[in-house]
Design a protein around this ligand. Structure first.
Ligand SMILES: [Zn+2]
Length: 213
């Protein structure tokens, strides 16, 4: 009996061998090379947060083909620990992310970054149609898989044609869709972060922020 148990344990170890690498992350100050990528792009004069208060964060994630990748985000220093822990939970949950690059890869255009289904955080910009800073300008907001989780206007429309099939949130049509109370929403909520899917009027299903706005 003991031998069978040992054999079973050995088999289990073997089958588990090619399993996933552990979650990894790093948090660093904005180095000269990162600074060169963001200056005059996502970062510019007049931004409400000094560069010294931003952090360059790399996290391991699962992509849509279930490969492990390393993504990059810039967030506020005071949000960097939260973000490292949140992405640890997303990784443990097997949540899949299309891509995760600085918005500067898209000329700091929110629209182009969304069209690429890019997950991103810092961008020194106003809330659309206003002249006040978005939480993204403080590095305290993340947009996750934005095509599958669109910003939906109060009248039920979206600016992104490929997001139309994800406007209706009554059921999960894609595994990256974030739904009320699901594991992804809870991963952020565990650090006190709120979800834009709970907004009234227009809903921002891709958006999570430290203060819930
Ligand atoms: Zn957002």
């Amino acid at each position: 009996m003991r031998r069978i148990v040992l054999l079973a344990a050995a088999l289990l170890a073997l089958t588990a061998a090619p399993a996933s690498a552990a979650y990894r992350y790093s948090i660093s100050r904005i180095t000269p090379s990162v600074k060169a990528r963001i200056m005059g792009s996502s970062y510019h004069r007049g931004c409400p947060v000094p560069l010294r208060n931003l952090r360059y964060v790399r996290v391991r994630y699962w992509d849509f083909d279930h490969h492990q990748r390393t993504g990059e985000l810039i967030v506020n220093r005071d949000a960097s620990g939260d973000i490292a822990r949140i992405f640890r939970r997303l990784y443990a949950n097997g949540y899949r992310i299309r891509r995760m690059r600085l918005v500067d890869a898209y000329g700091a255009s929110d629209y182009r970054s969304i069209e690429a289904d890019n997950t991103s955080a810092f961008n020194c910009r106003f809330v659309d149609g206003t002249n006040h800073w978005s939480n993204h300008a403080y590095g305290r907001a993340v947009d996750l898989n934005p095509l599958e989780n669109p910003y939906v206007y109060a009248n039920g429309t979206t600016s992104h044609p490929r997001s139309r099939k994800y406007v209706n949130r009554s059921k999960r049509r894609h595994r990256a869709m974030i739904l009320r109370g699901d594991k992804t929403v809870r991963a952020f909520a565990a650090e006190g972060w709120g979800w834009g899917g709970n907004f009234s009027g227009a809903r921002d299903y891709q958006h999570f922020s430290a203060d819930g706005r």
